[in-house]
Write a protein that binds this ligand. Structure first.
Ligand code: C5P
Length: 216
């Protein structure tokens, strides 16, 4: 008899900022009874740690040290959203040593029971053998509109043009970086949520993931 614990299924949800991945991933995890990890928080918390120490998130030494020192409580911080955290996250995320330092955390998270994870490279780098992979997109204009509304809902006033420009710059940096660039895995199901409301997007995502898990 094998002593290896049965490992649960891994569902990888990737895509650009504000495409709706987080909401979908959280709901999918609940529907499938799997743990959920928002991997963007790892990069956000790493960037915040560097800023706390007065460092530059683009400095590889400072950023790697921050990633290695990351504690679970860092992911609970209240200042991980907003433009400063966005930029710090994208800067540390371009550093290969940071990505390497955060890889084990992500793999360990799913080791016992499987998981739903959302990010940029879950299906391409972290879990290339994930049972189900979704690549969630929406037009830049729609993603900027959603992010603007989300910021307003949290009382953070922002200019739509500035949100759009920030998002375009972050998309470009995520897609152009040499280390784990944002791109769909060859075997990912593509889901464009531009014209879908939250319920329609969830129904489409759940159907796609169930079809993959059923076939896995
Ligand atoms: O998903 P979220 O917008 O919170 O991610 C913040 C930043 O972290 C992204 O712009 C990206 O640079 C980086 N990231 C990444 N790989 C992941 C998750 C996030 O490079 N798996």
């Amino acid at each position: 008899m094998s002593m290896a614990a049965p490992r649960g299924k891994v569902v990888a949800i990737d895509g650009p900022a504000a495409a709706g991945k987080g909401t979908l991933a959280r709901r999918l995890a609940a529907a499938l009874g799997l743990p959920y990890l928002d991997t963007g928080l790892l990069y956000r918390a790493t960037g915040r740690r560097v800023l706390d120490g007065g460092g530059d998130p683009a400095d590889p030494c400072a950023a790697e040290a921050a990633a290695r020192a990351l504690q679970p409580a860092d992911l609970e911080r209240g200042d991980l959203r907003g433009p400063i955290a966005d930029q710090a996250a994208a800067a540390v995320a371009a550093i290969p040593a940071v990505r390497a330092a955060l890889l084990d955390f992500q793999r360990q998270f799913a080791a016992a029971r499987g998981a739903v994870l959302d990010g940029r490279d879950i299906g391409t780098v972290i879990f290339p053998a994930a049972e189900a992979k979704l690549f969630v997109t929406a037009s830049l204009a729609e993603r900027a509109r959603r992010r603007h509304a989300e910021l307003a809902g949290r009382g953070m006033a922002a200019d739509l043009a500035a949100v759009t420009a920030d998002m375009a710059a972050r998309d470009a940096a995520d897609a152009a970086r040499a280390a784990a660039p944002l791109r769909p895995a060859a075997d990912a199901v593509l889901l464009d949520t531009t014209a879908l409301d939250a319920e329609a997007a969830f129904a489409a995502a759940l159907a796609a993931v169930r079809a993959r898990l059923g076939a896995a």
